[in-house]
Design a protein around this ligand. Structure first.
Ligand code: KG4
Ligand code: ZN
Length: 334
């Protein structure tokens, strides 16, 4: 069979990223240009600034990717692009670039859902084996998904309010850790001790999660301690917070695996980079005897390799888009 090379383009938030993926499982080239340094100044992503920077960067990143791969557009089989969910102005830049490339090269255009992309990043490490359960934990999403086959997504539950990554970033802000706070809190948690008492959110039989109560509990705790003139031990608070997050995520995930009799677990999204979460699932996988895998850290947060992989499996299903393809900012996983 002829090798399939997918050019992936991702610009849904603050990363301008382009990658070339061979047969849905091998990264030939991957460029990620992050705008984090700019948005850190504002304490979070500013949509207008993000889209303007995508405009400045997208052509450079495409050129850089072809250079790294030592390939030309003629060597590419199809062009996959994130159409949503995400920030509209940001999505539009990647989408228009992909449409233009498709128009001038005659290569087919493949519409990729961003969350599906996060899930498919796993295929670069280990071929997806079905049925599987995927815990998607990112800055915008917290979902527990059952997959019985490629592109067969059954949402078992998800957050009722804030996403886990969003909660990490907000807690970080309360203790003066700059955006994005997730990776820093993760590091601090490893040096701190679980000394603060925080409630486990939505400790029920559903497969849903809730983060806003936990976030408020942390904010109240910090304010109360400050009012009493007590100094917060930030590392201990990070460890206490992360412990509750991990307990909540792992408990529901294990329950879902038992209920649906699934023995494969994968993680996806920015928070899948969390070392504490990985370590705990690693331990549980031995205890409950299931296979467990996750993308490498670089491919947990937003990147175009995941779009190239997800695009490959749509290519197999012959799912293409025409030049009328538009952004879907609130689109759900499908
Ligand atoms: O998937 P992603 O790049 O963007 C969305 O699609 O939302 O996820 C970004 C989120 C941020 O909230 C960031 O703080 C969080 O992932 N994150 C982490 C870690 N690395 C990134 N959260 C906890 N622990 C980490 N190590
Ligand atoms: Zn993402």
């Amino acid at each position: 069979m002829k090798d399939v090379y997918i050019l992936g383009i991702e610009s849904s938030c603050d990363e301008t990223s382009v990658a070339i993926i061979k047969n849905g499982e091998e990264e030939i080239a991957s460029i990620i240009l992050s705008q984090i340094d700019i948005h850190t100044l504002y304490g979070g992503v500013v949509p207008e600034i993000a889209s303007r920077n995508h405009v400045l960067n997208i052509t450079k990143v495409i050129e850089e990717c072809f250079k790294e791969a030592k390939m030309k557009i003629d060597d590419i089989t199809a062009i996959a692009v994130t159409y949503g969910p995400g920030l509209n102005g940001s999505l539009l830049v990647g989408l228009e670039a992909a449409k233009t490339l498709s128009l001038v090269s005659g290569k087919p255009l493949i519409p990729v859902n961003h969350i599906a992309g996060h899930i498919y990043a796993n295929n670069l490490e280990k071929k997806l084996t079905f049925p599987l359960i995927c815990l998607v934990v990112s800055g915008g999403h917290t979902e527990l998904v059952l997959m019985k086959d490629h592109y067969d997504f059954l949402r078992l539950g998800g957050t009722l309010d804030d996403a886990v990554g969003e909660c990490y970033d907000k807690v970080a802000r309360v203790i003066d850790v700059p955006y994005p706070g997730g990776p820093v809190i993760d590091k601090m948690a490893h040096t701190g001790k679980k000394t603060y008492n925080l409630p486990i959110p939505l400790n029920d039989e559903s497969f849903n999660f809730s983060c806003s109560g936990l976030k408020s509990a942390v904010i109240n705790l910090v304010h109360n301690e400050e009012q009493r003139g007590n100094k917060i031990n930030k590392e201990d608070l990070a460890a206490s917070f992360q412990d509750v997050v991990i307990k909540s995520l792992t408990t529901k995930t294990i329950k879902a695996m038992e209920k649906y009799n699934v023995h494969n677990l994968i993680l996806a999204g920015g928070v899948a980079a969390n070392l504490g979460l990985r370590e705990e699932f690693e331990k549980l996988s031995k205890e409950y005897n299931f296979s467990f895998s996750y993308p490498k850290i670089r491919n947990c947060t937003d990147n175009a390799s995941m779009i190239g992989v997800a695009g490959y499996f749509l290519y197999q299903k012959k799912i293409f888009a025409d030049l009328k393809l538009n952004t879907e900012t609130n689109d759900y996983l499908h």
